[in-house]
Design a protein around this ligand. Structure first.
Ligand code: ZN
Length: 369
């Protein structure tokens, strides 16, 4: 067999040597050393790391939106990310157009469908309950089963208006009627109160913006983690970073880690503005921040590969193994100082940089910009 791509002399994050062969978009062989002919040979010379392609489970990349938008390849392959999951930019009335435009990009694009019919066309998409149409969501799920990987409900004051917890109850109903598909819930300022939100979530529901620095967050005024937050965490609700312009705080993440409350997945909530102006910039920078908080690097790589693949049920992604999609991220680790800034302007100086080099999607190699 002539491979399409043979990656030579790579190393995994545990420093073990690895070589990977890809054919027709799929990983066909993995070993310490591999021989054989290949159309493209990528020799990493033992210097670069390779992992399964990074998956960013919370982005905004439907370019026709006016509020939160970006271009998939700007936040995807250009940043070493092979799969992006748009978290609710579109709803049942515009997700079809998003699907069409996402087909022509190089990055894998998937979507969580907003339960509000037009997605985030305005900040308050759940303030009018008539925009939540169960049947329309159901139809879209049937029409785009490989594109839509879950539901999104944004549950904070500016989004829900006077509706309190009702939109979440409607989202849970839609979820139950559609095979218990993944549900991502955004948290922020009250109402609704965080306690009301978390008490309605089940195991494997995803809370994004988990370590935000807002009053309605996980910490009480004495810096203790609120009891009902522990209840949700122990129940198996998934805590996702969802950094965003406004939703990641170093201190909250540090207190949580010290108490052994761990984020399961690392995502950015990136869109053009917080990419260009910060504080997000890209997924690698978000990984660097969690490294600075005290997470271990092998763990962090898992939280942008295997873990999001598991929670969003992407059965062919997240692992460097035979039979999985030929998506890989090549990156370097350098001892270099860098100032990292959270969403509240707090800073930390990190000494380790994670520098993506290449994104490989279905065996095609793209240089990181
Ligand atoms: Zn978002």
């Amino acid at each position: 067999m002539v491979y399409d791509l043979l990656v030579k002399n790579g190393k995994l994050i545990d420093e073990s040597q690895i070589e990977i062969a890809i054919k027709d978009g799929v990983i066909v062989a993995v070993d310490k050393t591999l021989e054989g002919a290949a159309v493209v040979v990528l020799d990493l010379s033992g210097e670069s790391y390779v992992s399964a392609g990074w998956i960013d489970g919370h982005v905004h990349c439907y370019e026709k939106m006016s509020l939160y938008y970006d271009f998939p390849d700007e936040i995807g392959i250009s940043k070493g990310v092979t799969t992006v999951i748009d978290a609710g930019s579109t709803g049942p009335k515009n997700i079809g157009d998003f699907y069409q435009s996402a087909k022509s990009v190089k990055t894998n694009v998937l979507a969580l469908i907003n339960i509000s019919e037009w997605g985030i066309v305005a900040q308050d998409e759940l303030a009018d309950l008539t925009k939540i149409n169960h049947d329309l969501v159901h139809q879209a799920l049937r029409q785009y089963p490989d594109f839509i990987v879950g539901l999104k409900a944004r549950m904070s004051k500016t989004v829900v208006g006077n509706n309190g917890i009702i939109p979440l109850e409607m989202a849970k109903e839609i979820q139950k009627d559609n095979g218990d598909l993944p549900l991502m819930v955004h948290i922020g300022s009250a109402p609704p109160e965080l306690s009301e939100i978390l008490s309605r979530l089940d195991r494997c529901d995803i809370v994004t913006h988990c370590f935000n620095g807002k009053e309605n967050g996980i910490l009480a005024s004495d810096d203790q983690i609120k009891t009902f937050v522990w209840d949700a965490y122990r129940k198996g609700v998934i805590f996702d970073i969802g950094h965003g312009t406004d939703s990641f705080n170093f201190h909250v993440a540090e207190v949580a880690l010290a108490a052994e409350m761990i984020a399961a997945t690392i995502s950015t909530d990136i869109y053009h503005r917080n990419r260009e102006d910060g504080p997000v910039h890209d997924l690698a920078t978000t990984i660097e921040k969690l490294l600075e908080v005290g997470y271990q690097l092998p763990d962090l790589i898992d939280k942008v590969t295997a873990k999001p693949a598991e929670f969003f049920r992407l059965t062919k992604k997240g692992h460097v193994a035979k039979g999985f999609d030929g998506d890989l991220t090549i990156f370097n680790i350098a001892k270099q100082d860098k100032i990292l800034t959270d969403s509240n302007g707090n800073q930390r100086v990190s000494h380790t940089r994670i520098i993506p080099q290449k994104a490989i999607v279905g065996g095609i190699v793209y240089d990181v910009k």
